[in-house]
Ligand binder design. Structure first.
Ligand SMILES: Nc1nc2c(ncn2[C@@H]2O[C@H](COP(=O)(O)OP(=O)(O)O)[C@@H](O)[C@H]2O)c(=O)[nH]1
Ligand SMILES: [Mg+2]
Length: 284
């Protein structure tokens, strides 16, 4: 029998490359929120995949991009730090996209670096420059579950030899509260337009598991007074929709009845205040 392997695997790529979707697909659990809109993921989420021969500590990262706001820059920095600390780096690149600034930047990362062409269900991957930099190239569709096993084996080969870092039933370092708040934020990305979802933070205030059901009270924070009305909507319609869709997802995900109460509050410019953003779990 070969030696056990264990290590950190950073999932990197521009916003929308499919990092969060791939992480969830590899784990078979929804840990990271997913959106058709760029820059949804905030902060770092780890998910632990334990196999008989290896343990993979998968790190989902916010996208590497060129946003100018400090919050965006901090997130890019966080992604690059995660990359540096990892044992294996995985660059995700949409099969239908063309090579650009984020890829140029990520391809410079230290080896071992793997290339994953994502979303192969809807595009045939085109050529990639600097192929020589990659220790392996994989084609996957997280949506169809295609290519995942080959990718897992490919990553395993580059993990250092060593014992598991986490117990075999350990899934993530994020609290259930945080993950639940993230699901509310995911719905907000589908419901609201323009910059509104980017200004939203969700903070769970109360979490009561009665055994029969779960009672959750959460604040939906916005950055400016004028955004409150938009989030609430005419006659409270939008907030009602946000609450009922989020409640549905939470009860499916947690497999128990959930009561969800949402309050919209103004937390002026929270994303410009590093300490506050960190406290909310959006920065390391
Ligand atoms: N067709 C297809 N779409 C995908 C796949 N993986 C991700 N997507 C979509 O791409 C968008 C961005 O995905 P997400 O995981 O949030 O990207 P991230 O920003 O890199 O974390 C979402 O609309 C996903 O549903 C895939 O394998 N196939
Ligand atoms: Mg993401």
């Amino acid at each position: 029998m070969s030696a056990y392997r264990c290590g950190y695997v950073a999932l990197l790529g521009r916003p929308n490359a499919g990092k969060s979707t791939l992480m969830n697909a590899l784990l078979g659990e929804k840990l990271s929120i997913i959106s058709a809109r760029a820059q949804t993921t905030r902060g770092r989420v780890i998910g632990v995949l334990t196999r008989p021969s290896a343990q993979f500590v998968l790190c989902d990262t916010p996208g590497v991009h060129r946003g100018r706001a400090r919050f965006n820059l901090s997130m890019t920095e966080a992604a690059l730090r995660t990359a540096e600390d990892a044992d294996v780096r995985v660059l995700l690149f949409d099969a239908g996209a063309s090579w650009d600034v984020p890829e140029e930047r990520l391809v410079e990362l230290a080896p071992p670096l793997l290339l994953v062409r994502t979303k192969c269900d809807r595009a045939v991957p085109g050529p990639v420059p600097q192929l020589g930099r990659f220790a392996g190239v994989f084609e996957v569709s997280a949506l169809e579950g295609r290519g995942l096993e080959a990718l897992i084996e490919g990553i395993e080969r580059h993990l250092p030899i060593g014992p598991a870092l986490y117990p075999d039933d350990y899934l993530t370092d994020r609290s259930l509260r945080f993950l639940a708040a993230e699901q509310v934020r995911e719905v907000a990305f589908e419901l609201y337009r323009d910059e509104i979802p980017y200004s939203i933070a969700v903070e769970v205030e109360e979490w009561k598991d009665t055994g029969a059901d779960l009672r959750v009270r959460a604040n939906v924070l916005v950055e400016r007074e004028s955004q409150k009305g938009i989030v609430v909507g005419e006659g409270g319609q939008m907030l009602k929709q946000l609450g009922s869709e989020a409640r549905k997802r939470l009860s499916e995900w947690l497999e128990m009845p959930v009561h969800l109460k949402l309050w919209v509050k103004m937390d002026r410019n929270w994303s410009h205040r590093t300490r506050r953003a960190r406290q909310l779990g959006y920065l390391d």
